[in-house]
Design a protein around this ligand. Sequence first.
Ligand code: HEM
Length: 399
Amino acid sequence: MSCPYEHGADDVPDIPFPDAFRFDPGPRWAHLRDEAPLTRVRTPAGDVVWLVTRYDDVRTVLTDPRFSRAGTVAPGAPRVAVSSPLPGTLPTTDPPEHTRLRRLVSAAFAYRRVETYRPWIRELAGQLADGLAADGSPADLRAALALPLPIRVICRLLGVPYEDRDRFREWTELAYSMVPAEADRVHAAMAALTDYLAGLVAAKRADPGDDILSELAADPAGLSPGELTAFGLNLLVAGHETSANQITGFVAALLRDPALWDRLVAEPALVGTAVEELLRHTRLSETGQLRVAVKDVPLAGGTVRAGDGVMAAIAAANRDPRAFDRPDEIVLDREPGRHLAFGVGPHFCLGAHLARVELQEALTALTSRYPGLRLAVPADDLRWRRVLVSGVDALPVRW
Ligand code: HEM
């Protein structure tokens, strides 16, 4: 296979695929996995890259050092979206630079540390779930709980004032835009977000608070001010829209088949495996994670050339029958451990345990308070947000 870079090759389909913004992936992924496990697609930014969809190939792209994240910010690199990733950050460096950065920040998000946050995350989830009732049935679960929960959590952890949420929400929304015509607005939003974080980091250096940014700023051997600003920006962007979409996606998936909701109500101890299964089953992003090959690599029956972009379609891998029995079914007590929802390898999601705690506590708060919860509109009428990290726009529920 040859290098896929030329623009305008019109046989190349665009991603996200037209059937991306709905619950079920449709037959396309199965077709790609079976017939075209290495295929060319055009990103929203207009660049042509390879897409892999089989579980083993996705794993390879995420773990093999011949597929580089630093390469995604090199001059002329293929782009996924309108916003340019920040160089020199966790998602855009390779080992050993990536290892240095990751070592400096990993303690703040380690399992045991995150478990110390669980009591107040539980309390917050409970308060927000109670607030849903205050709005009266039906209500929008995204606005009442799914969005405010992770925003409050990440604000408190980073020491970002919650009152500023409308400003940084607007900027982070634009960061996920897939509309080339919005390029100027996207760049302006990223610049505003960087200025905002730089100001916050400077304030925390001068007057530290009880939060992760202050803690990292106080480490003399730690991140430089620029690195800390970029890290804060990454966390603010990566740390709430993801969880918010997954909370709405999980509840919607359970309510589409109310027997699943009823089972979780009856067996609350299943919440741990249920969250893992829903992470596997619920698509967060259709486009997948981009890497750039640093040398020619045989992959999925073809060859990826040095410099080619390769996308690992995590969501497609998580539904691969080669890796999962009855992959399209939601089995709340499925043996966990193999899904790739948080990635795998050096770039494994830094916030994975935090996200797990948010998701577990959100489901527990809702199932314990609203055993009779149901969708207030037909599942097919839910509208999907057409952005990179996707989910439903609103989740009307009744009880
Ligand atoms: C359900 C929610 C979430 C999902 C499904 C998710 C998914 C992912 C995935 C798939 C990656 C790996 C990307 C790759 O290999 O290219 C990743 C990386 C990352 N995530 Fe998450 N994430 C979630 C929540 C969070 C939260 C809450 C935070 C922050 C507090 C966070 C921070 C990060 C960071 C900083 C990275 C980059 C890690 C690195 O490159 O070393 N994520 N996430």
